[in-house]
Design a protein around this ligand. Structure first.
Ligand SMILES: [Zn+2]
Ligand SMILES: [Zn+2]
Length: 131
């Protein structure tokens, strides 16, 4: 199914085609919800395809304007080029709170547990992938 077996997909991202054209991020459907965390936002945006960090940048501008090194930090943790890698390499669903299928995909998840405004951290639904 996935030829590159060094990566384990953890959510729906790899199932969607890459979207390489720029998005109109002013559209309402692309807006982060109030106090929605970065990773739940990115999970929600997975429906629109891989957007090469456009969603991460948008979240940072709108929801965490002071987290100017967010993208750099994610890149350092293995999310070099796009949002898919954040789910492959950086954050995985917290199995204590999220139902996962055998292939690690999300079967059921509560909606975002919220973070304080301005935070660039994930909510408790996500944990760092162990190194
Ligand atoms: Zn991608
Ligand atoms: Zn969340």
């Amino acid at each position: 199914m996935f030829d590159d077996d060094s990566r384990t997909p953890t959510n729906q991202f790899p199932a969607y085609p890459p979207r390489l054209e720029p998005l109109d991020l002013s559209e309402p459907r692309f807006q982060p919800h109030d106090r929605e965390c970065l990773v739940c936002y990115l999970q929600r945006m997975a429906d629109y395809g891989c957007a090469r960090h456009q969603f991460t940048r948008h979240y940072q501008r709108i929801s965490a304007p002071r987290a100017t090194s967010l993208l750099e930090r994610l890149r350092g943790w293995g999310g070099c080029c796009c949002e898919c890698e954040i789910f492959w390499n950086v954050y995985v669903p917290n199995p204590a709170l999220v139902d996962l299928g055998e292939d690690e995909r999300i079967v059921w998840s509560p909606s975002c547990l919220s973070v304080r405004r301005g935070s660039s951290q994930p909510c408790e639904l996500w944990i760092r992938r162990s190194q």
